[in-house]
Design a protein around this ligand. Sequence first.
Ligand code: 5GP
Length: 183
Amino acid sequence: MAADLINQKEIVPENYKLLISEETIQKRIVEMGSEIYNDFKDDKPILIGVLNGGFIFLADLIRNINIDLEIDFIRISSYGDARESTGHIKVLKPLSADITDRPVIVVEDIVDSGLSIEFLENMLSAFNPKILKFATLLNKPSKNQIDIPLDYIGFDIEDKYVVGYGLDDTQFKRNLRSIYHVE
Ligand code: 5GP
């Protein structure tokens, strides 16, 4: 059976404007992967994907880091279905891996206020990892409320609500291959 997307109905609404194309995302992830490779080639890091938004980025990123690595996931909630951080963060799915004395890279889809990263840094530091670094595909510098120790940033973007490539619009649209902003 022929398998392609050509005959499938378009799911990009008219009020979505292309911000970062699939090709540009993939090129940048190759670069980020080689930065991480250079920093961790003598280690066996654990990459922790932050659910739900970070799962596609994590999947593409690890296939561009050609070293032995583990993955785990954590799920935290701060926004619910809203578009602004409430600042009240809960752990919805804790880590499974033991990260004590291990090199750890937290993989986020997007950093906005930075409160999620601050929360994760406090929480994960308590396990005494050997190294704790943060990677994010997107960063909104104008929204950052705290001095965030981001080690790998894919793209700095303006303060606009973005969707696609794992990022949701009220839980939908995560399956878009490019990143759009909603007008
Ligand atoms: P922060 O704690 O830095 O304010 O927010 C981080 C989380 O908020 C992200 O992991 C993501 O789930 C959500 N978020 C922040 N900005 C956006 C955005 O523009 N679009 C979407 N879909 N989620 C966002």
